[in-house]
Design a protein around this ligand. Structure first.
Ligand code: UDP
Length: 493
């Protein structure tokens, strides 16, 4: 490990991820990328989350000499009215009230972080905070240190434009008409209309208007936005987003390609041995396998799982199906899928899958996805066309990007946002038709595969030395060096 010194030309970034897998995983990748560019990185998190990301990030366990460390801050769950051990959204029972309490509880990390930093002699003084949008209190930390704060959201520019417009113009408000009403997003650089009920619900729409106000105020006062996307994919949307926000946006992704996209341990410990999984894939023809996974938060009801099961069986294709575990809620589905898959050419993974490794295997020819942005980006980069099945948040907008803008996927026809719903929302016929259009021999499928392979190639180049995301990261580091200290005052951020 490089020996830290306290020279003032050393850059030291504090990375502050929101504690949900879809937010933490890309920030772990970002941490490695910055560290590989010689930036000291402190990854700020809590003990439970630290234990999850340690294999991917900790220099001692990775035997790397990257200047990167985990800073563990206590998260007083019980004090905040949360069940003990609720340090990540994925262990929280699905409840708007608990989500709200969780968001507010993250503010309890501010003082421990400030105490840690004032006593820290191991790393050079911090020079930048890169913080999740959902941690507005980090603005005060940055201003207290006289350093810039960059905001990280997670979604791509295309979806961020819609999210910001919905919030800013009150498009989700009850006064704005019924759910079926088509709503136009005029800040999009292309025509964009969506049913109101499919728009991303702002925090204010979930009863968290105060918190949203704080997060937005902190973003307005921040110095730039970091996006997990790349110019070749959506430069015109990133430009439109910059215009809308009045600040610089740095496309620095796909972040997961930080080590060529081969890392096995991402987010959680895999429930299956990676080599076993890859040798199962090795025994299948290129482009023949369907991969089914709905990210880290979305659960299926049993009826819905049955419809997918029948559709997959009817397709006659080999399948890798990831069934998420949830304490006291997923046993029925786990056992149904495992039994149904017996005797079929299926690999059922109950728990956490090595998704990037699976998607990048040449045997995988189609991805049934909930359209979380990380999964979408991973599918695009692997050159795998998608069957799109959005559930909530900005997933419907990501679906639009995949199906209508990039034309590399087919939707199963979901027309309402869901959490966990017991009634089947997509029938076996629709799923079967979408699968056939994406993976079949027809011209349409061929064309989608050609296009998505091209996107995958562009994505790899963008992360190489001299590629657009590489250059954007250089620019961000340079902009931080040239930062002119702002007033140490925050007016009630
Ligand atoms: N993931 C994984 N294994 C799993 C489930 C998810 O590695 O079994 C990873 C996936 O590769 C992606 C992230 O978890 O990087 C999920 O983020 P996404 O934005 O797709 O969806 P979210 O979980 O936030 O809904």
């Amino acid at each position: 490990m490089e020996t830290p010194n306290h020279s003032h030309d050393k850059q030291h970034f504090l990375l502050c991820p929101f504690m949900a897998q879809g937010h933490m995983i890309p920030m772990v990748d970002m941490a490695r990328l910055f560290a590989r560019r010689g930036v000291y990185v402190s990854f700020i998190t809590t003990p439970l989350n630290a234990s999850r990301v340690r294999p991917a990030i900790d220099p001692t366990s990775r035997r790397s000499n990257l200047p990167i460390r985990l800073v563990e801050l206590p998260f007083p769950c019980v004090e905040a009215g949360l069940p003990e051990g609720s340090e990540n959204i994925d262990v929280l029972p699905p409840s708007p009230d608990l989500f709200k309490r969780f968001l507010e509880a993250t503010e309890l990390l501010k003082q421990p972080l400030e105490r840690f930093l004032s006593a820290d002699r191991d790393y050079p003084p911090p020079t930048c905070v890169v913080s999740d949008f959902l941690l507005p209190w980090t603005l005060e930390v940055a201003r207290g240190l006289g350093i810039p704060r960059m905001v990280f959201h997670g979604p791509c520019s295309y979806s961020l434009i819609v999210m910001e417009s919905v919030r800013r113009y009150g498009l989700w408000d009850a006064s704005n008409g019924p759910g079926e009403k088509m709503v136009a997003i005029t800040d999009m650089p292309c025509r964009f209309e969506m049913k109101k009920r499919l728009l991303p619900v702002p925090l204010s729409g979930m009863g968290m208007a105060d918190f949203e106000g704080r997060a937005v105020k902190a973003e307005v006062d921040s110095d730039g936005v970091v996006i997990n996307s790349f110019d070749e994919l959506e430069a015109k949307f990133t430009e439109a987003y910059e215009k809308l926000m009045g600040k610089k946006a740095y496309n620095m992704g796909p972040l997961f390609l930080c080590e060529g996209g081969v890392q096995a341990e991402r987010g959680n410990k895999s429930s299956i041995d990676k080599d076993k999984c890859l040798s199962w894939l090795d025994s299948h023809e290129p482009g023949s396998v369907v991969y089914v996974s709905f990210g880290s938060l979305t659960w299926l009801g049993l009826k819905q799982a049955m419809e997918i099961g029948e559709a997959l069986k009817g397709s006659g294709r080999p399948v890798v199906w990831v069934v998420k575990q949830r304490k006291g809620g997923s046993e029925e589905i786990e056992s149904w899928v495992s039994q149904f898959g017996e005797g079929l050419d299926w690999l059922v993974i109950v728990g956490w899958a090595p998704q990037v490794a699976i998607l990048s295997h040449k045997a995988v020819g189609g991805f049934v996805t909930h359209c979380g942005w990380n999964s979408t980006l991973e599918g695009l980069c692997a050159g795998v066309p998608m069957v799109t099945w959005p559930h909530f948040w900005e997933q419907f907008v990501n679906e639009r990007l995949v199906v209508e803008v990039l034309k590399v996927g087919v939707g199963v026809g979901i027309d309402v946002q869901i959490g966990l719903r017991e009634d089947a929302l997509a029938g076996r016929e629709e799923i079967g038709v979408a699968l056939e259009r994406v993976m079949g021999v027809g011209e349409e499928g061929e064309e989608m595969r050609r296009r998505v392979r091209e996107i995958g190639e562009m994505a790899k180049k963008t992360m190489e030395v001299g590629g657009s995301s590489y250059v954007n990261m250089t620019m961000l580091i340079e902009d931080v060096k040239g930062y002119v200290k702002k007033e140490n005052v925050v007016e009630n951020a």
